[in-house]
Design a protein around this ligand. Structure first.
Ligand code: T1G
Length: 695
């Protein structure tokens, strides 16, 4: 007998009631789903034929958490707490049957069940910290009671999706059932529970796992210290830690009250609003208005990469990591060998950190082959050119690809700034197959992929690039063709202000400090030292006209040779950057030669000129149609340049400040913004009209 209403159905199989929930695409705990749980549990509890209940979900995953779209709006009954109480207070055993990802509120619902089973491919997590939140439905109180405080701290503060096997080891799930047989396996487990007369086990009733932490409160100080740098500027991690401390030190209900109070504070705060915005912005960036979701795409079974340097090797790792074979093409055997050796070293380092087993390293390396012949690319479905930034070389390569590659192959360039349309013109018979795929270094680590759409790029080529980006775990955003695309063009706007200000009286370390304190991982000068000041510089052509050129002429090439804008020393084994009197002297000389007199530049001016110049450039990028939407610009800067996600991105931040304020400040700086600066008409218009980019 089955009763089915929207979102739920209850089937009685013998003495087991199977309550199936359904709310595509990810079974988020919307109001409909909460109601389905409350009503479904009432029905199952009231049915005398039902001796135990299996809670299972339709579709691709178990409950994936609260419905994030409901946050910030008036709550709608029933609450998640009411749904959980129906489960935890049931008069018969409730077994959660988990597949896909049981996340956030979804896992918190499962923790209210008396038992949990999962298929091996399932994962469980409490990733609320990534939304600037904390598990607000008892997760901070129940998880430590199951897995212990240290594992709970790790899981909650990293928001990790823990594979089912590890969940079994931790006691988070009670049994694994065969893949594809979740329903039958859960029913069998329920029958075992009944046959063995197992109790209605409530997580809240058992504090045993908390005792160790009670005896060692210092673990909380340690976790704070160990993560200070990673959590800098984020309010949520500290709130999560306080909730888990409450679990250790207070009663269950007092701990729940602490959790509710801190959740309520976080959910209303700008950092969480920004992080939730970023979550949806990443997903919105995959939507291309004139490229429908059902656009045919090339099946990428084999990838070719031209250039086995740092970028080519890093790019190759992305595909090997998901089981796609790669052929790397180089011109010299030594370069090819060196490239593959670097890749192996990267994998072995990851293995040392426990990320891969040695077997997995070999599996990945077996997928990487090399060749000195471009003809080896003939059977590749996607070819990515990753040679140095020289237009003539790239055009020569694409001319050859045009002759060698099979029909339907997508031809991508990893250029970080060059004109993709000009490169495409070299692939004379198929410019529509050419697309930019701008990876960020280190390509096997950085999440962002700028997918650059040329004037002739076909919908298929574009859709293929976006699809493969998701498969290799990248966050992709589409850019039109312009110098620097979205990210580097905005970076250049910021650099122009930073470079100008060091010739007006601010020191590089002053500017870096302001941007570091704002939340960026490092400022422009530290970034230049890290990348190397001599990129694009040559002794022969150097004119000594800029600070950078003079530093290079003094062989101060950045971190790599111990001196750049900063002096680098190794103190207690760690490299430290110190302000340099050499750099200060170069700045003084240059200002003297240019007849400039230093003035004091305050932190506010430094921040506003750098950040609002970025916003202004973003508005131009939007106005020119280089970016499809403002949130794509934010996706680029959060995922490619370390913009603090709790500030949403440059465009979200501008809305937080208020566009009228941004415009007024830029106008107040006037000529100080430099001769190359012009106010974006779109920005000015939107400010005047009281509009916002992202709200
Ligand atoms: N709420 C609303 N919509 C969601 C959603 C959610 N929780 N999760 C996903 N979506 C939408 C998403 O925007 C996209 O929409 C579609 O579903 C597919 O998502 C009280 C407070 C589950 C691993 O943080 O991690 O519970 O673009 O493209 O790659 O303590 O979605 O199609 O219109 O990402 O297969 C905690 C967030 C919430 C999980 C699936 N839960 N979601 O990945 O699909 S807070 C999360 C994910 C909470 C409680 C707290 C992933 C996924 P559209 P997708 P996917």
């Amino acid at each position: 007998m089955t009763t089915t209403i929207p979102a739920r159905s209850l089937a009685v199989e013998g003495d087991i009631g199977v309550l199936t929930l359904s709310y595509p695409p990810v079974n988020a705990l919307s109001q409909v789903m909460r109601e389905a749980i409350v009503e479904g549990m009432r029905e199952a509890n009231a049915n005398p034929a039902v001796k135990a209940i299996v809670l299972i979900c339709d579709g691709r995953t178990f409950l994936a958490g609260a419905d994030i779209t409901e946050f910030g709006k008036p709550p709608k009954a029933p609450s998640l707490r009411e749904a959980q109480d129906q489960i935890e207070g049931a008069s018969k055993p409730v077994i959660a049957a988990i597949h896909g990802t049981a996340l956030g509120g979804g896992l918190e619902v499962a923790l209210c069940c008396h038992y949990r089973v999962a298929v091996p491919s399932a994962k469980c997590g409490l990733p609320e910290v990534h939304l600037g939140l904390l598990p607000g439905a008892g997760g901070t109180q129940r998880l430590p009671r199951i897995v212990g405080v240290e594992k709970a701290l790790d899981m909650i503060l990293n928001g990790s999706h823990v594979p089912a096997r590890k969940c079994l080891e931790m006691g988070l799930v009670d049994a694994l059932v065969p893949e594809g047989e979740l329903r039958a396996g859960a029913i069998a487990f329920a029958r075992t529970v009944l046959a063995e007369g197992r109790p209605l086990r409530r997580v809240r009733d058992n504090d045993d796992k908390l005792l160790a932490a009670r005896a060692h409160p210092e673990i909380f100080a340690k976790v704070r210290q160990d993560n200070a740098r990673k959590f800098r500027g984020f309010p949520a991690p500290e709130a999560n830690i306080q909730c888990i401390e409450a679990a250790v030190n207070l009663s269950f209900d007092e701990g729940l009250a602490t959790e509710r109070r801190l959740f309520t504070e976080l959910v209303a705060g700008t950092p969480s609003i920004a992080q939730r915005y970023a979550f949806f912005a990443e997903r919105k960036a995959t939507k291309i208005p004139d490229v429908p979701d059902d656009t045919p795409t090339a099946r990428v079974a084999k990838v070719g990469i031209i250039g086995a340097g740092t970028m080519g090797g890093g790019i190759a790792m992305n595909f090997a990591n998901v089981g796609i074979p790669v052929v790397l093409v180089e011109t010299q055997q030594a370069a090819l060998d060196r490239g593959l050796a670097v890749v192996r070293k990267n994998y072995e380092n990851s293995a040392k950190r426990g990320r891969f087993t040695t077997e997995q390293v070999e599996q990945r390396m077996d997928l990487l082959t090399g060749s000195l012949q471009m003809e080896a690319l003939a059977d590749c479905d996607l070819v990515i050119e990753a040679v140095f930034e020289n237009m003539a070389v790239k055009k020569e390569i694409f001319g050859k690809l045009d002759r060698i590659c099979k029909p339907g192959a997508v031809l991508a360039t990893n250029t970080s700034a060059l004109d993709v349309n000009e490169i495409a013109s070299a692939a004379t018979s198929r410019p529509e197959a050419v697309v930019g795929m701008h990876f960020f270094s280190p390509a096997n680590v950085m999440k962002l992929l700028e997918v650059v759409r040329g004037a002739k790029t076909s919908a298929t080529a574009l859709a293929t690039a976006m699809q493969i980006a998701k498969k290799i775990g990248k966050v992709a955003a589409v850019s039109g063709v312009c110098p620097g695309f979205i990210g580097n063009r905005i970076l250049a706007a910021r650099s122009a202000q930073a470079q100008a200000m060091v010739l007006e009286g601010a020191m590089p370390w002053d500017i870096d400090q302001v941007l570091y304190d704002f939340g960026l991982p490092m400022g422009p000068f530290a970034m230049s030292d890290l990348a190397g000041l001599d990129i694009g510089w040559s002794k022969e052509t150097s004119k000594g006209a800029t600070i950078r050129e003079r530093l290079c002429e003094m062989d101060r090439r950045g971190q790599k040779n111990g001196a750049g804008y900063y002096d680098y020393a190794v103190v207690d084994g760690t490299r430290t950057a110190q302000p340099s009197e050499v750099t200060r002297g170069i700045i003084r000389d240059l200002m003297g030669e240019q007849g400039k007199v230093a003035r004091a530049i305050g932190k506010e001016e430094i921040l506003e000129r750098c950040v609002y110049a970025m916003v202004n450039e973003g508005a131009k990028i939007l106005d020119e149609g280089i970016a499809i939407r403002a949130s794509d610009i934010d996706v680029v800067w959060v995922n490619g340049y370390g913009w603090p996600v709790y500030r949403g991105g440059p465009m979200f931040y501008a809305d937080t400040v208020g566009l009228p304020t941004v415009v007024a400040r830029l106008q107040a700086y006037g000529d100080r913004m430099g001769p190359g600066f012009t106010l974006s008409p779109l920005l000015e218009r939107m400010a005047a009209e009281g509009k916002s980019f992202t709200r």
